[in-house]
Design a protein. Structure first.
Length: 288
């Protein structure tokens, strides 16, 4: 069977998060995936994990997704951490490098969480400075991921998508658009997920994340938790379709971290992502 126009590009765009229980199986079976993403901090210490990553790198493009830079920290980027990230980037030559719009360091202490920040002109200047220093050190564009939110600071003056757009304008960074996080944030805080997505600069979106979430009841209210522990929800697939219609087929990743299923389940989620991308391309072709 002949591959349809665009199918190769779609296949190359879809990846999954590489997690330790799946490493051996991926090395042994080499499933048909476009790329793999890893958490950068898991490989900064060298050793067997980095050796395994080098073996996988021979077969798949990689993306490095950081969780420890703390872009929102007012005291500035940890230079030691940034240098370790730069060394890993130089060694693995990833196709993408990304981090979160959050903070996690105070007084030199890592708090082991991705904490929210108020969206003000002051915090925008802090994050922009940290992003600029990161990009200067890495000598490449950084993608910044929108968070999942459970509270809103009273003194925030800038809507989150506008904050991200302003960050792009000031630094030239890109965006990692997590459509599950958009859905979770809008469900928890109120707001229209489609409007949020449409407010982001489409040309800056360099990667999309897909993940599942949990639903809990707290004080009689429904709360969505971005736990990466379930299949992608129908509403998130719809938002993914809308995102691709705006920005085109960009690298898209299925994340799953909690209650990790067999690799076959992640591959099926990746197949669905490819189906959505193909539907968008077919619609574009019909409209042309």
């Amino acid at each position: 069977m002949t591959m349809r126009d665009g199918d190769a590009a779609i296949a190359a765009a879809i990846g999954i998060g590489l997690r330790a229980p799946h490493v051996a199986e991926i090395i042994a079976t080499r499933p048909a995936l476009g790329w793999l993403e890893v958490h950068a901090e898991n490989y900064m210490g060298g050793g067997p994990a980095l050796a395994q990553l080098a073996a996988i790198r021979r077969d798949y493009p990689l993306s490095l997704h950081g969780v420890g830079l703390s872009l929102g920290t007012a005291e500035g980027i940890d230079i030691g951490h940034l240098r370790r990230l730069a060394a890993l980037v130089a060694r693995t030559e990833p196709m993408l490098v990304s981090e979160h719009l959050s903070w996690s360091v105070s007084g030199g202490v890592y708090l082991n969480d991705l904490l929210p920040l108020p969206y003000t002109e002051e915090s925008l200047a802090i994050v922009a400075d940290n992003v600029a220093k990161t990009q200067d050190t890495l000598r490449r564009r950084l993608l910044v991921e929108n968070p999942s939110s459970y509270l809103r600071y009273r003194h925030s003056t800038i809507p989150e998508p506008e904050f991200l757009a302003a960050l792009v304008a000031r630094t030239g960074c890109g965006l990692l658009c997590d459509v599950n996080n958009i859905h979770v944030t809008c469900a928890n805080l109120g707001g229209d997920a489609a409007e949020y997505l449409d407010a982001l600069p489409a040309s800056a979106i360099g990667e999309i994340h897909l993940a599942g979430h949990a639903t809990v009841i707290r004080g009689g209210k429904t709360l969505l938790i971005d736990d990466h522990g379930a299949p992608v929800a129908p509403a998130v697939w719809q938002l993914y379709h809308r995102a691709l219609a705006r920005c085109g087929v960009v690298p898209s990743l299925v994340e799953w971290d909690k209650a990790l299923p067999p690799l076959a389940i992640l591959l099926e989620e990746a197949r669905i992502a490819a189906t959505v991308a193909r539907a968008v391309k077919d619609a574009d072709a019909r409209a042309a």
